[in-house]
Ligand binder design. Structure first.
Ligand code: SD4
Length: 348
């Protein structure tokens, strides 16, 4: 039997050998973590990862990397996220975003208008106040008090054109266009990766989620969106909700989502994915189980919407799964070149 002191002696002997962490992992049969690595929803994740990678490559923090990912995509007026996105059915662009770090610090803003970088407002809230969530006028007021600029309320030229088109029929009720959520519109020359807008003005997605593992082995994530196009005024989806659109647990992994936010909220989707990884499932298996949990109560209804999850674990393994086919994601690791991967789906 080992006594306390013999335990101590063997520990000292072990540390005296100063075996590097990677070697220890090999000795106990675990591969060294694959880090740094960054993963974003959709192929426009190439824009997001392209800004996150330089931070990670230099040994920077995952938190800074995911904020840079969000800023890049919120800056892209041709994309579906940020002030260039589609408005609600009353003609206002309203933004939702959240961010979470390795210490379970988090910040969210929702239903916020005329501020270019909701992600940075969410981070400011996280870092300088005791609160985690601000909405609407209060979120905007907080942003302005912290030096963010009030932008014009005008729609981007593309959004204005497509809103005008939408108004012709303007079914004043929430409409889900499943075909658009599943497929990609024809190339129309909107930016490098983003022929995202269909002729009737809808996007096949309106959200960017990014999760990253940095060289230090810490995880962080973000989610930013203009929400579903032509939504009811005041509607908030999953994206700014911690545990729905984004969840990070530095002991286990991180997950983010895209698609029909209402369905993700019903099951606290990304929290569920992380808990499945905690129970030992791989990131893909965890995403699949969460998708199945969404579908189970009403498989008929599930035929009418899209939801996709992406996840990463502490080892830097990545996975994804979606309800419908058509969901993809971008992974950037050693070498820095983003790779777009099609997710497996429940309905094929
Ligand atoms: C929402 N989940 O507002 C977002 C929308 C989205 O691709 O992801 N679109 O419900």
């Amino acid at each position: 039997m080992l006594t306390k002191s013999s335990n101590r002696r063997s520990f000292l002997r072990f540390s005296a050998l100063a075996i590097p962490f990677t070697q220890i992992n090999k000795l106990i049969g675990k591969p060294a973590p694959n880090k740094p690595i960054v993963v974003s929803t959709w192929d426009s994740g190439q824009i997001a990862n392209g800004s996150a990678w330089p931070v990670l490559e230099k040994g920077g923090k995952a938190l800074d990397a995911v904020e840079q990912a969000a800023i890049a995509i919120e800056n892209d007026i041709n994309c579906c996220v940020g002030l260039g996105g589609n408005p609600d059915r009353d003609g206002y662009v309203t933004l939702d975003a959240c961010i979470m770090d390795e210490k379970a610090n988090c910040g969210s803003v929702a239903f916020m208008e005329r501020i270019k970088h909701p992600i940075s407002v969410a981070r400011k809230l996280m870092e300088t106040t005791p609160h985690v969530f601000l909405a609407g006028v209060g979120a905007q007021q907080f942003a302005l008090a912290n030096g963010f600029k009030l932008e014009s309320a005008e729609l981007s030229p593309d959004a204005a054109r497509t809103y005008k088109e939408w108004l012709k029929k303007a079914e004043y009720k929430p409409v889900i266009n499943i075909e658009h959520q599943q497929s990609r519109p024809k190339e129309k020359g909107h930016g490098p990766f983003a022929p995202n807008r269909f002729d009737d003005g809808s996007f096949n997605h309106d959200t960017m989620g990014t999760i990253a593992l940095d060289a230090n082995g810490d995880l962080s994530g973000m989610c930013t969106t203009s929400g579903m196009g032509f939504k009811m005024r005041g509607r908030v989806g999953d994206s700014p909700i911690i545990g729905a659109g984004l969840f990070v647990d530095n002991e286990v992994g991180a997950a983010t989502s895209s698609g029909q936010g209402e369905e993700v909220i019903r099951v606290c989707g990304t929290h569920l994915v992380v808990e499945f990884m905690r129970s030992g499932l791989s990131p893909e298996e965890a995403c699949k189980k969460a998708v199945e949990r969404i579908i189970k109560p009403n498989p008929e209804r599930a035929k009418t919407f899209q939801v996709g999850f992406i996840a990463i674990n502490k080892q830097g393994e990545v996975g994804a799964y979606s309800v419908q086919k058509g969901f993809n994601y971008t992974v950037t690791e050693k070498g820095g070149k983003g790779k777009v991967i099609n997710a497996k789906s429940f309905f094929v």
